[in-house]
Design a protein around this ligand. Structure first.
Ligand SMILES: [Zn+2]
Length: 445
C-alpha cells in the first residue's frame, strides 16, 4: 500500500473533513473530536524525529518543524518475561527514551510546530506531570510561551521541572481543575490549548504505531496484543486509529492506575477525555481494561530488572503488571508500551528495594554516617526542616556537606520509611521531618 492522498482530520461524530492546518481543535461543525486519518502506509523519509513520518502526518507539510529528536525509540525483546507469562514473543517499546521520557514528546513536536505555524503566541496545557514537562520543553525550543496547569499533588520532581521550563505554572487542587482552567482558553486568538483531545497531539502520537509497523512488519499478519497505559486514552486512541486506517486489527489491553497508588497516579484519570473511545476500542478489539495497583507495578519493575536487566519504575512497568494478570493464548505475540520512569527516580528505586525484603541492617550506622547523624539530630531536637538539619550538622557536628546533599539524604530516609513529613502551621505550612517508629526501633539498638 502506498499513501494516496494527503492525511486529513475527520470528525468522529459528524464525519466533517478538515484538510488544512487550522486553529480550531475540535469539529467546526459539531464540536466533535477531530481524528487524523491516512489512506495508506508510506516508508519514513528520514529518522529526524517524528518528521521522518511527514507523509503520514496531518501537520507533515508545515515548514516550521520543531524537534528534540523524539521517536525512533528502541524495541527490546523480553524472552524471559514472555516465558514466565506464558506468551509467544514479548517486545518492549521503550518510550522512556524520548527527550523528556515519555511518548508525549511525539505529540508535543507536532502540536508546538502547528502552533508556531499558526503564529500562536502561547500554548496552554493541563498536566498530570509529564504533559507540562514535555510541552514546555518543546515551547522553549520553538520560542513560544507556555502556561501549564498542574495539580499540587503531582510528583514534586515533575512540578519542579515544569517550574523551570514553563513561563507560567498554576497549581490546582486536582487534574480536573487543571483541565477546566485550561479549557477556558479554547477559542482565544493566538492561543493553542493542548487538551488531551487536541488533534495535533494525536497526529504525533500516531507515529508510534507507524514505527511499530516499520520495525516489526510481522505485526501485520500475526495475532498481536498491544498493552498500552491509559490516562486520558489519547495514546490508545491514536494507535488504534492509525492501525485501523492501515487495516491492521490488534487486540488492545489498556492499563489503568488504581486510584490509591500515589506512584502510579500518572496513569489514573477519573473521567478520561477519550472514555467512549476507550470502551469502543477495548470491546471492538476483544481486549480488556486492567487496573494495576502500586504493589503489582513495583513487583513488575523488579521482574523487569531481574529477568531482563531493564530497570524502570512502576508506571513504566505497569503493562508488565497487567500482562501478569492476563490469561493470553500462549502463541500470542505481545507488545508492551513502556513510557516514563526509566531510569526510575530515587523514590521508585527505594520502593523497589524495600519490597525485595532488603533491610538496612540493625544499627543506625548501617545507613551510613550522614543518615545516622540526621536520625540522631532528629531524636535529640524533635521535628526539623532540612535547612535546620543542615545548620546543625555543619555548625555543631563539623560535617562538610551541602544543603542539597542534606535534602537528598532526608529524601532517601523518607523513602526508606525512617522519617515522615509533618506540617508546621506556624511556619507557613513548611514541611518538617520527624522520626518514624521504624527509626525509633533502629535507634534503640
Ligand atoms: Zn463534527
Amino acid at each position: 500500500m502506498t499513501s494516496k492522498s494527503k492525511p486529513w482530520l475527520q470528525c468522529s461524530r459528524c464525519g466533517h473533513i478538515v484538510s488544512e492546518v487550522m486553529p480550531s481543535i475540535s469539529c467546526p461543525k459539531c464540536g466533535g473530536f477531530l481524528i487524523p486519518k491516512i489512506s495508506g502506509f508510506a516508508q519514513p523519509i528520514s529518522k529526524e524525529g517524528v518528521w521522518g513520518w511527514s507523509p503520514l502526518l496531518f501537520s507533515g507539510d508545515i515548514t516550521t518543524k520543531i524537534s528534540l529528536g523524539e521517536g525512533w525509540t528502541p524495541i527490546i525483546k523480553a524472552s524471559r518475561i514472555a516465558r514466565s507469562a506464558n506468551v509467544g514473543k514479548l517486545f518492549l517499546k521503550v518510550e522512556s527514551r524520548n527527550p523528556t521520557g515519555t511518548f508525549i514528546d511525539r505529540g508535543s513536536a507536532t502540536l508546538v510546530s502547528a502552533a508556531k505555524h499558526m503564529r500562536a503566541r502561547m500554548v496552554v496545557s493541563p498536566s498530570m506531570g509529564d504533559m507540562g514537562v514535555s510541552l514546555s520543553s518543546y515551547c522553549r525550543r520553538a520560542g513560544i510561551k507556555c502556561k501549564v496547569f498542574v495539580p499540587e499533588n503531582a510528583l514534586p520532581i515533575k512540578v519542579a521541572k515544569t517550574l523551570i521550563l514553563a513561563d507560567d505554572v498554576v497549581l490546582t487542587l486536582n487534574y480536573e481543575e487543571a483541565l477546566n482552567k485550561a479549557s477556558k482558553y479554547v477559542g482565544q486568538e493566538g492561543v493553542m490549548v493542548a487538551l488531551p483531545t487536541n488533534p495535533y497531539l494525536i497526529d504525533g502520537y500516531r507515529t508510534l504505531a507507524y514505527e511499530l509497523l516499520h520495525e516489526l512488519p510481522a505485526l501485520k499478519g500475526s495475532e498481536t496484543t498491544i498493552i498500552v497505559p491509559v490516562g486520558n486514552g489519547a495514546l490508545l486512541t491514536a494507535m488504534w486509529s492509525a492501525l485501523k486506517d492501515l487495516g491492521i486489527n490488534a487486540r488492545f489491553i489498556g492499563v489503568k492506575g488504581c486510584v490509591k497508588s500515589p506512584t502510579i497516579v500518572d496513569i489514573y484519570v477519573e473521567s478520561p477525555a477519550f472514555k467512549d473511545f476507550i470502551d469502543e476500542i477495548i470491546s471492538e478489539s476483544g481486549g480488556e481494561l486492567v487496573n494495576v495497583c502500586e504493589e503489582e507495578a513495583l513487583e513488575a519493575s523488579l521482574q523487569l530488572s531481574h529477568l531482563e536487566g531493564f530497570m524502570t519504575g512502576p508506571v513504566g512497568a505497569s503493562p508488565i503488571a497487567a500482562l501478569n494478570t492476563l490469561n493470553l493464548n500462549p502463541k500470542q505475540n505481545v507488545l508492551a508500551i513502556v513510557s516514563g520512569d526509566a531510569p526510575p527516580d530515587a523514590v521508585a528505586v527505594y520502593s523497589m528495594l524495600s519490597i525485595t525484603g532488603y533491610r538496612a541492617g540493625t544499627s543506625p550506622s548501617s545507613l551510613g554516617k550522614t543518615k545516622a547523624a540526621i536520625l540522631e539530630v532528629l531524636s535529640l531536637k524533635g521535628p526539623m526542616h532540612p535547612y535546620a538539619i543542615w545548620k546543625t550538622l555543619s555548625e555543631e557536628r563539623g560535617f562538610k556537606i551541602s544543603l542539597r546533599a542534606v535534602y537528598q539524604h532526608v529524601d532517601e530516609l523518607h523513602s526508606l520509611g525512617y522519617v515522615s513529613q509533618v506540617h508546621a502551621p506556624s511556619k507557613r505550612g513548611r514541611k518538617l521531618y520527624s522520626l518514624t517508629s521504624k527509626a525509633l526501633d533502629l535507634l534503640k539498638h
